[in-house]
Design a protein around this ligand. Structure first.
Ligand SMILES: [Zn+2]
Length: 423
């Protein structure tokens, strides 16, 4: 006998089943981002952790009525179902919080002023080094619970608050434990080059060598990361250093990502194109030539409008980036300094409000294109037969409304691998 958790789930009468299904492989660009493949009056059958079948409720009743008694039936009248959201850029594993810096910024200090004075990433690094793995694990667990409650079923998580071998490994091991213990799927990224730690301030080259010669081999040896990322920014890592670090990681099988052109235009998009990065992050200050480079190389732009809002910066030029043919993903950038939020739905609102993306583009950017930025689109990111049963039921009757009414959590239920985890 199957226990209650493993009963098939049959969702019926969905006002919009927003599948994002498509025959096209790879990230969606331009008008493809608006094609959501919606089934009005939809129904979906989840079994053994995967999406077994879907169609209109009428079609599905004809097929599945004989099996109705064995399933848990969910009536979704007046509600929509989407794929579980995917957050492709977070720094969710951290200890402590930095509300005092928030106040400092309100009184005029800049993000980089605070970081250069030993705050910012350095403050969180001191926490990572001083707190136990257990403490970090417990704090992060609470954040992951909140992510799930806001419809996120998969997220990427970066290291970069250890900034020495022992503590980078500690942060990555917390991710590995969470992947085993928490319903959330966690895709790990090694980002030892997140900042030059204070002890290497006079000698950043030595730190770059440490990342390349000691940290990358240790991370690869323990199989703790899929991606490698670098903060390429004025006063952090130069384009040349970023390129060396990313290529060293790539040579050992890690896939490059890069924090590019966030605070200042710094050739980050060009480095992304040269190293064959899967994605370039932030891009608030990317140049027109940088956008062209991304388009030519097929790099996904991962845009983070909550961070821009929180830092009082102008948002990324999403319209120009999409029009140039660059696929766009969006993310919370969840971190204790520049974006202390777990709400990807809020980011979806902001993508529309501040970056003029359409609701359909925003939803694509937070599901299918986000999956592409993590190279997991074969099994998540859209609602298609055989894919993992990661779904969200939203208390709105069309997908535009999800983006239109902001500051409200519209999530009613969340299923992860076919098991209800919220609602
Ligand atoms: Zn980041």
């Amino acid at each position: 006998m199957k226990d209650k958790q493993q009963k098939p789930i049959w969702i019926q009468n969905i006002s919009q089943l927003v599948t994002l299904a498509s025959d096209k492989k790879g990230p969606r660009v331009r008008e493809e981002m608006r094609e959501l493949a919606i089934i009005e009056g939809g129904s979906v059958w989840l079994e053994d952790g995967v999406i077994q079948d879907l169609g209109t409720t009428r079609e599905m009743i004809l097929k599945y009525l004989p099996r109705a008694e064995e399933a848990e039936i969910v009536d979704a009248t007046g509600k929509i179902v989407t794929p579980g959201l995917i957050d492709p850029h977070t720094h969710v594993v951290f200890g402590g919080s930095r509300e005092h810096e928030f106040e400092m910024r309100l009184e005029g200090a800049s993000y980089m002023d605070i970081m250069n004075a030993g705050g910012g990433i350095h403050a969180t690094t001191r926490k990572m080094r001083s707190l136990t793995e257990e403490h970090i694990f417990n704090q992060t667990t609470r954040r992951l619970d909140l992510f799930l409650q806001h419809g996120v079923t998969t997220l990427e998580s970066k290291s970069g608050y250890g900034l020495d071998l022992e503590n980078e490994l500690k942060q990555l091991r917390v991710m590995q434990r969470l992947q085993n213990k928490h319903p959330m799927d966690i895709v790990p990224t090694f980002m030892g080059a997140h900042a030059v730690p204070e002890e290497y301030r006079e000698n950043p080259e030595h730190f770059v060598n440490l990342v390349i010669n000691e940290m990358i081999p240790a991370v690869v040896e323990e199989k703790l990361a899929k991606f490698i990322d670098v903060f390429c920014e004025v006063d952090v890592f130069t384009p040349e250093q970023a390129e060396r670090i990313l290529l060293a990681g790539k040579a050992r099988g890690l896939i490059p990502k890069i924090h590019a052109d966030e605070i200042e235009e710094n050739q980050g998009a060009h480095v992304a194109a040269r190293v064959g990065a899967i994605s370039a992050e932030h891009l608030l200050k990317v140049s027109d030539e940088g956008i062209e480079e991304l388009a030519k190389s097929g790099v996904i732009a991962c845009l983070l409008p909550a961070t821009a809002l929180y830092l009082g910066e102008k948002p990324a030029r999403a319209r120009a980036i999409i029009d140039a043919g660059v696929p766009v993903a969006i993310s919370t950038d969840c971190n204790p300094g520049s974006s202390p939020t777990i709400s990807l739905p809020l980011v979806m609102n902001l993508a529309c409000i501040t970056m003029k993306m359409t609701p359909a583009e925003s939803l694509c950017a937070a599901t299918y294109n986000a999956a592409c930025a993590l190279q997991i689109e074969d099994y998540v990111g859209s609602i298609e037969i055989g894919k993992q049963a990661d779904l969200v039921l939203w208390d709105v009757h069309n997908h535009q409304k999800l983006h239109y009414i902001f500051g409200v959590n519209h999530v009613k239920k969340v299923w992860k691998k076919g098991v209800k985890v919220v609602g």
